[in-house]
Design a protein around this ligand. Structure first.
Ligand code: TXA
Ligand code: MG
Length: 309
């Protein structure tokens, strides 16, 4: 892996793109200080230019190089959850390229908890701007093979770190305004963040997180989210449809793709399961929404967006 990291660092320094594993999903990285490199990320993803990118750092010690001010709440959250699946939105410094932040006055910062991401960031020595390494609106990649399927020739280097441990993106907390606000549920439980802050998170914020669109993370197949008790009735009501159930146990009259009950296991499996729906050519996937607590909140959020297309 050492030679691969060196090659990746050279590519980043030359303004090229590198896909790399994190504990959440694979990212498509570019030198965050290079306007031109960052623009290439948007081209490769087919992503609108006003959708800001998260800047990944080797350590929370570097946040002062990117954020104009570091509120006490940010220090507290990074102390507790970095490295880990948490992104904090802060007011940005004036020298951060506009392309990174989609022209917004804020910046998203995160310290990923993955040995390959860590090695890359350490060796690069600066911030790496990276969205999830999928085409815009599509399912996020949780293996190197998924990245290749999504981006193909658009990315020269894909560092393979195996399947992602968390499997679902980071939790995004906005600390740029008066009250801390949740912009996206994710790998760190909202309950744990509220406990660390000693106050509840607002669920509305003046800050825009353009990537949190109603339809996102979507396979080609239609996704139908239902209450767990409605699964069998839903399958019966769609008799004749080319459908599959995503879930932990067999339902009479329907094939099944495994999605475990345990939220940690389900998060890890979720995007691969959604991909499998398309790979196996189903037209409709029926899935029970988990209770919106802990990681279940993030899973329910992604399933709703997958269903909204
Ligand atoms: O786990 C993750 O966060 C993964 C890995 C690769 O780190 N990254 C990821 O990036 O999910 P992306 O670009 O797919 O989603 C980032 C979200 C988008 O909804 C974007 O709009 C929001 O974060 N975001 C980033 N910077 C922001 C900012 N300054 N203000 C508001 N929202 C921001
Ligand atoms: Mg994404």
């Amino acid at each position: 892996m050492r030679a691969a990291i060196e090659e990746a660092v050279e590519a980043l320094r030359a303004g090229r793109l590198v896909a790399f594993p994190t504990e959440t999903v694979y990212g498509l990285g570019a030198d965050a200080r290079s306007e031109a490199a960052v623009r290439r990320v948007f081209e490769a993803k087919g992503r609108p230019a006003d959708h800001p990118l998260i800047v990944h750092l080797a350590s929370a010690d570097a946040i002062g190089e990117w954020a104009a001010e570091i509120p006490e709440a940010a220090t507290r959250l990074f102390a507790r959850f970095a490295p880990g699946p948490l992104t904090v939105i802060l007011r940005k410094r004036g020298d951060v390229p506009d392309a990174v932040t989609g022209g917004q006055p804020t910046i998203g910062l995160r310290v990923p908890d993955h040995p390959v991401a860590q090695a890359l960031l350490d060796a690069f020595g600066s911030g790496i701007a990276a969205p999830s390494a999928n085409r815009f609106g599509s399912v996020s990649p949780t293996t190197a093979a998924h990245v290749a399927l999504e981006l193909g020739d658009a990315v020269e280097i894909i560092l393979d770190g195996g399947p992602c441990r968390v499997g679902i993106e980071s939790t995004i907390v906005d600390l740029s305004g008066d009250a801390p606000a949740l912009l996206r549920p994710g790998g760190v439980d909202v309950e744990a963040i509220e406990e660390a802050l000693g106050r509840p998170l607002a669920t509305t914020s003046p800050v825009r997180a353009p990537g949190t669109l109603p339809s996102h993370y979507a396979p080609r197949a239609r996704v139908l989210t239902v209450d767990a008790r409605q699964i069998e009735a839903t399958v019966r009501a769609h008799a004749g449809a080319h459908l599959v159930v995503l879930g932990p146990s067999d339902v009479p009259g329907a094939p099944r793709i495994d999605l475990p009950v345990d939220a940690t296991d389900a998060a890890r499996r979720l995007y691969a399961a959604l991909r499998e729906v398309d790979e196996r050519g189903y037209a409709l996937a029926v899935v029970a929404l988990p209770a919106p607590v802990g990681l279940g909140r993030a899973i329910a959020d992604r399933l709703r967006r997958a269903a909204a297309s």
